[in-house]
Design a protein around this ligand. Structure first.
Ligand SMILES: [Ca+2]
Ligand SMILES: [Ca+2]
Length: 361
């Protein structure tokens, strides 16, 4: 079975390092826990929550579906790295909803979905019954990997708040994700300017809402060999890796499927590599690599080897900034070629990933 891995780079936000209450609501409990435990080394994830103290306690969460291992509870667990995601893939719509203790005045929500691809949006709806819904903000989008604030019109009330997702019918994204959904009272603090949630602006798709093969408008896809600038593709015999996470073996990086990926494991490794073996010493003039956008401090080098044991770098530090297969003008020769990933020194990403790599003469 082919695993459609949507997550790539989960930043280690360090939430687990702090003795948070089991049910971190209201947020003043979180602030108190942080005060007791002290800030984690990166100090970042809490800056938002410490400012935004007007979140309303959630008593229940529901969803119309959930992908394996990504339950609805992840949307309200106080952890920006854990998402709920819908199922099955390519659904036209999906929702996740939270229930408050009672009908009350609502100022808005803060939610992290990741940057949404073109044509994908969601409605924010409220209800007093949980069965009949009123749309208060239609066709919303998130542009970043941060938790974004959406202010409701004045006078909005409700006991339930729902995120109703609409897929792009022309180019559906496989999955929708809500990493965290918080409901705010009127006048509730939105993040102050500069209250960063960490360089965890880092792409942190759990289940990436970015379509594997849908480039942003104006961008040129280069996922297929035919789209490469020049040269014949040279195909490896086999791929191997320094480590692999569950269900993400190295072969998924050379299966010519931009939706499947190799990913390293365990989480938080400082380095990891993906190596390709060719039938014989092979020269290449450029390559295409799809990793998804990489957070600050994460990079990789292209290295070559005649033996598979001693390696020579033929590039400087490379980074990818998009969900496309990016062309890298790197030339080299060797029977073995590898992508050697280096993690950020602070706020490291949990995993590296290579969706596809192609080498060309
Ligand atoms: Ca979460
Ligand atoms: Ca693949």
């Amino acid at each position: 079975m082919r695993v459609k891995l949507r997550w790539v780079l989960l930043p280690a936000l360090g939430l687990a390092a702090c003795a948070l209450p089991d049910n971190p609501s209201p947020r003043s409990d979180v602030a108190a826990a942080i005060a007791r435990a002290g800030l984690p080394p990166d100090g970042q994830p809490y800056s938002y929550h410490l400012l935004a103290v007007a979140h309303l306690p959630v008593v229940a969460v529901t969803a119309d579906s959930a992908a394996a291992g990504l339950p609805k509870e992840n949307a309200t667990d106080g952890n920006l790295t854990t998402p709920w995601s819908n199922a099955p893939a390519n659904s036209a719509s999906a929702f996740v909803a939270v229930q408050l203790a009672a009908t009350t005045s609502l100022g808005g929500v803060s939610l992290k979905t990741g940057a949404l691809p073109a044509g994908v949006n969601y409605d924010l709806q409220v209800s007093t019954t949980g069965t009949t819904w009123t749309t208060v903000l239609a066709h919303q989008t998130n542009a970043t990997w941060l938790e974004e604030h959406k202010a409701f019109p004045a006078g909005t009330t409700g006991k339930y708040v729902r995120v109703l997702w609409h897929n792009n019918p022309a180019s559906p994204t496989p999955h929708f994700a809500v990493y965290e959904l918080e409901v705010e009272a009127p006048g509730g603090a939105s993040p102050a300017p500069g209250a960063s949630q960490s360089p965890g602006a880092s792409p942190s798709p759990g289940v990436s809402p970015s379509p594997a093969d849908t480039p942003e408008p104006g961008e040129t896809p280069s996922t297929s060999p035919s789209a490469s600038p020049s040269g014949l593709e040279v195909k490896p015999l086999i791929a191997s890796a320094s480590s692999s996470a569950a269900a993400t073996p190295p072969t998924l990086a050379i299966d010519a499927d931009g939706a499947t990926a190799w990913s390293n494991g365990p989480a938080g490794e400082k380095e990891a590599w993906l190596a390709l073996k060719f039938p014989a010493a092979t020269a290449f003039g450029h390559l295409t690599v799809k990793t998804g956008p990489q957070p600050a401090g994460v990079s990789y080098k292209v290295e070559v080897s005649a033996t598979g044991t001693t390696w020579t770098a033929v590039s400087g530090n490379l980074t990818n900034t998009t969900w496309l297969a990016e062309t890298k003008a790197v030339a080299g020769s060797g029977q073995f070629v590898r992508l050697h990933f280096f993690n950020a020194a602070t706020s490291p990403s949990t995993h590296f990933a290579v969706y596809d790599v192609h080498l060309f003469k």
